[in-house]
Design a binder for this molecule. Sequence first.
Ligand SMILES: Cc1cc2nc3c(=O)[nH]c(=O)nc-3n(C[C@H](O)[C@H](O)[C@H](O)COP(=O)(O)OP(=O)(O)OC[C@H]3O[C@@H](n4cnc5c(N)ncnc54)[C@H](O)[C@@H]3O)c2cc1C
Length: 355
Amino acid sequence: MRAAAASRQVIVVGAGVTGLLTAVECARAGHRVTLLDRGPVPNPGSSSSDQHRVIRTLSADGADATGRMVAAHRRWLELEALLGAGFYRRVGVVTARPREQLASVTAAAAAAGVPVRTVEPQRLPHLAFPAGSAAVLEADGGVLLADRVLRAAVRWLTGHPAVSVRPYSPVVRIDVDCAHVLLAGGEKLGADLVLVAAGPWTRDLVEHQVVLHRQTMVYLRPPADAARWWRTAPAAGGIGADGRAWAMPPGGGALLKISSDAVAREVPSTSGSTQEDQAPWVERLARAAPLSGLERYTVAAVKECHYACAADTGGAVLARVGPAVWSRAACGGSGFSQAPLVAGRIVDALMKGAA
Ligand SMILES: Cc1cc2nc3c(=O)[nH]c(=O)nc-3n(C[C@H](O)[C@H](O)[C@H](O)COP(=O)(O)OP(=O)(O)OC[C@H]3O[C@@H](n4cnc5c(N)ncnc54)[C@H](O)[C@@H]3O)c2cc1C
């Protein structure tokens, strides 16, 4: 249980999932929040804005990482109730694993209390598995309907008396020593704590050793004979010939979506993405062969999205970059589903500052 904290002024830069959920948690903890975004809120140009994002409960990175995923999963269930919106489809997540790893993966899951079972590839006929693999099904994983999450959080925040949501407020500089934020119009704001959650653009505002990536995603309509199977299909990872592809099932208003690490590439900046020809990347994704009979699916849309990961670990970055300034660079993989944990860390930091 948390002790009551003195009310603090918090500025959150960036209204993607990280900024929105941090604003929610700070307001719930009794703090005053100003949420700034350079565009509309929610911003369709944010890396959070999409039809869906996967949420897992089991990590390949060990027991601590699995513990964090389970904690985030629990928090998402609470957020659905708090924000008064249905945005979590608990359809499960299957991940292809080499058969020789199945016993150790299921034992690790059992030790962590995460419900999993193995599934033979023939039970998942529209997904293509690497040779010699079988699927591990995480029953508690599934799909977060991302745009619904963002809209629900914005609705909650705009109705909260201690929160000021300010769209079209680009931040041009952060003074990390004094926790001051300078807006493009010349306005200067100060706070007890600043979180810079500007996604792949965080590195433009604060020093971060991150590598920027762009990834192509393809949205599909299944052929008529597969549509019924897809209605209750799980999300899938580790699929395709090389085990680097993933698929997000259709449902809840979302289309089927596929991508692969094979179509993630390092880029110097986010600019110029709209000029890039996506056709070669779509072809490369087709060669990754994540689905059986992919040629029978209809391409409904193609989109690219950016993420930044730590130059040394390749993982997510949440750093304290000044006495009262924190920053989060949007990572790939689990950045959306882990956002409630970032929010929790910021509320904890405020508690410690108030002690
Ligand atoms: C292809 C792809 C697939 C992914 N799949 C998954 C998945 O399945 N599951 C998962 O958990 N994660 C996934 N992720 C990662 C996840 O989407 C991101 O980590 C997460 O959405 C980042 O959210 P954010 O709020 O930190 O940043 P963003 O959503 O990018 O929000 C940043 C906000 O900051 C604003 N901003 C930028 N600069 C300024 C400025 N100067 N002043 C004011 N505002 C500014 C932007 O307008 C934007 O609204 C995926 C990522 C990619 C690229």
